[in-house]
Design a protein. Structure first.
Length: 421
C-alpha cells in the first residue's frame, strides 16, 4: 500500500509539474508561465480580485473551474484520503486528563494538544517498563515527560540547546515530587553528530515530534542501520526545506528512482498551508506580502534590477505602523540607505510610494492565483516526502504505517510514521 501510494503521488506530481513547481514571487505577469496552458492563463488573468476570492474560497466551484486543465483533482483527493486518521478520542480517561492537566502549564494550548494526540497515537508494544525511549530534539522534554508518566517509559530527552536542557531538568525535578514514577533525564547533544549512534544503541524506542528537516531524516537514516538497537520509531516530520543539500536527496530506493528534482523552495510548498493564528495573523500576513512586493518595486527603481529579491524576517511590529517605516527598515537592511535616516527622508516622493503600493497589490493578486494552483498539489507533495521516508524504513526491514495523528486544525504537519522491526 505504501509503495503504491508513493508511486501514485509521484506520477501525478511529475505529470502536472508546471502547476506546482514554480516561484510565484518571481513571476511578474501570468503570461510568463509559458509551461501552463495558454487558455488557463487567459482565464486566470481576466479574474479580478473579488471574482478570484469568491472562486478560491469555494472548493466545489474551484474544482469545476479547473477541471479542463486538472482532471486529476479527484485522484489528488483520493491520495489524501488514503492516509487514515487515528481515533484517539477515548484513549485517555477523563480522570487521567484532569490529573496531568497541570503539566501543560506554560505550553501553548495547540502544542499541548499535539503532544497529547501524538502520544495517544502510539501503539503499546510489549512491556513499556522495560523499554528505554529516546526523545529526539526534545526541547524542554515535555513529550518525553508525559510519555514516562502516562506509559511508563524510561526516557532520555536529547536536546542541543544547553539552556533548554537546564529548564527541562528543573521541570523533571519539580514534577517528580508529584509523579515518583517519572523516569527521565535530559541529554545535551547534537542530533546530527556521529555520537548519536551510541545513544541510539542504548534505546529500543525513539520518538520525534516536529524535528525539522535534516534532524528527523538523520534519525531515520540512523535507524535504517541494521546495527542499531531501535525496534520502534515514531516520527512526525516538519520543515522539509531545512536541509544542508541544495537538491533533495531521497532516502528510499523508490524515491531515488523518481524523475522529480526538488530544491529548497519546492520543499517549502507543503508548509504554505497554515491553520494557526486566527484573523489577525491572517490580516498581518496579507499586509506583509503586499508590503514586501511593493517595496521590491521601489528597490528595483533604485538599483535597476528586474528580479524579485526577498527580504529576511523582520520585527512584526513594523506591520502595525506605516508603509514608510517598513520601507525605511528595508532600505537600511539592503544597505541602500544609511541608518541615520528617518521615514520622512526617503528617496521616493509621495506619488512613487503610492504607485509602489498599487503595483504591489497587482503583483500580490498574481502571486495568489499561482499559489492557488500550487495549493491543489501541496498536500500530495508532503505525502510524497513523508512516504519516501517511510519507504526507506520499510526497505530496511521495518513494518511501517502512515497515519494522521491529529486534526489539521491542531497542526497541518499531522503525518505520523510508525515503524517497528
Amino acid at each position: 500500500m505504501l509503495r503504491s501510494l508513493f508511486h501514485h503521488a509521484d506520477q501525478l506530481l511529475t505529470q502536472y509539474r508546471p502547476f506546482w513547481q514554480m516561484r510565484p514571487f518571481y513571476i511578474r505577469q501570468l503570461s510568463e508561465c509559458s509551461q501552463l496552458p495558454e487558455h488557463l492563463l487567459s482565464k486566470l488573468t481576466k479574474l479580478d480580485q473579488k471574482e478570484f476570492e469568491q472562486l478560491s474560497q469555494n472548493s466545489e466551484a474551484s474544482q469545476q473551474w479547473l477541471q479542463p486543465w486538472l482532471p486529476c483533482l479527484d485522484e489528488l483527493e483520493q491520495i489524501q484520503r488514503s492516509i487514515p486518521g487515528v481515533d484517539n478520542s477515548e484513549t485517555s480517561s477523563q480522570q487521567d486528563s484532569v490529573s496531568i492537566k497541570h503539566l501543560s502549564t506554560g505550553i501553548p494550548g495547540r502544542k499541548w494538544s499535539q503532544i497529547e494526540q501524538f502520544i495517544n497515537s502510539l501503539p503499546i508494544t510489549g512491556d513499556t517498563a522495560k523499554h528505554k525511549l529516546l526523545e529526539w530534539c526534545a526541547g524542554k522534554g515535555h513529550l518525553g515527560r508525559l510519555l514516562s508518566i502516562r506509559k511508563g517509559y524510561e526516557v532520555t530527552s536529547l536536546e542541543w540547546q544547553h539552556s533548554l536542557c537546564i529548564q527541562g531538568e528543573a521541570l523533571i525535578h519539580q514534577q517528580k515530587k508529584r509523579y515518583p514514577q517519572l523516569q527521565q533525564r535530559m541529554q545535551q547533544g547534537d542530533a546530527l553528530s556521529d555520537d548519536v549512534s551510541r545513544l541510539l544503541n542504548q534505546h529500543n524506542t525513539a520518538v520525534a515530534l516536529h524535528a525539522c528537516g535534516d534532524l528527523h531524516t538523520h534519525l531515520i537514516s540512523q535507524c535504517c542501520n541494521s546495527a542499531q538497537a531501535i525496534k520502534q520509531l515514531a516520527v512526525a516530520p516538519c520543515c522539509y526545506h531545512l536541509t544542508a543539500d541544495d537538491i533533495y536527496q531521497p532516502l528510499s530506493k523508490a524515491g531515488q528512482g523518481s524523475l522529480l528534482s526538488l530544491d529548497r523552495q519546492d520543499l517549502k510548498i507543503p508548509l504554505q498551508e497554515t491553520v494557526t493564528g486566527g484573523q489577525r495573523v491572517s490580516r498581518l500576513r496579507d499586509i506583509e506580502l503586499h508590503w514586501r512586493l511593493s517595496f521590491d518595486f521601489l528597490r528595483q527603481s533604485l538599483t535597476g534590477e528586474t528580479r524579485y529579491k526577498p527580504l529576511p524576517a523582520f520585527p512584526k511590529k513594523l506591520l502595525s505602523g506605516e508603509f514608510n517605516d517598513f520601507v525605511l527598515w528595508a532600505l537600511i537592511n539592503r544597505e541602500l540607505l544609511s541608518d541615520n535616516h528617518d521615514s520622512d527622508n526617503l528617496p521616493f516622493n509621495e506619488r512613487e510610494m503610492s504607485q509602489a503600493l498599487t503595483e504591489g497589490a497587482e503583483k500580490l493578486l498574481v502571486v495568489r492565483k499561482l499559489e492557488w494552483l500550487q495549493s491543489h498539489f501541496r498536500r500530495v507533495l508532503e505525502i510524497w516526502l513523508v512516504a519516501d521516508r517511510a519507504l526507506a524504513l520499510e526497505e530496511a526491514g521495518f513494518h511501517v504505517e502512515l497515519y494522521q495523528f491529529c486534526d489539521k486544525a491542531v497542526s497541518p504537519r499531522n503525518l505520523l510514521i510508525l515503524a517497528r522491526r
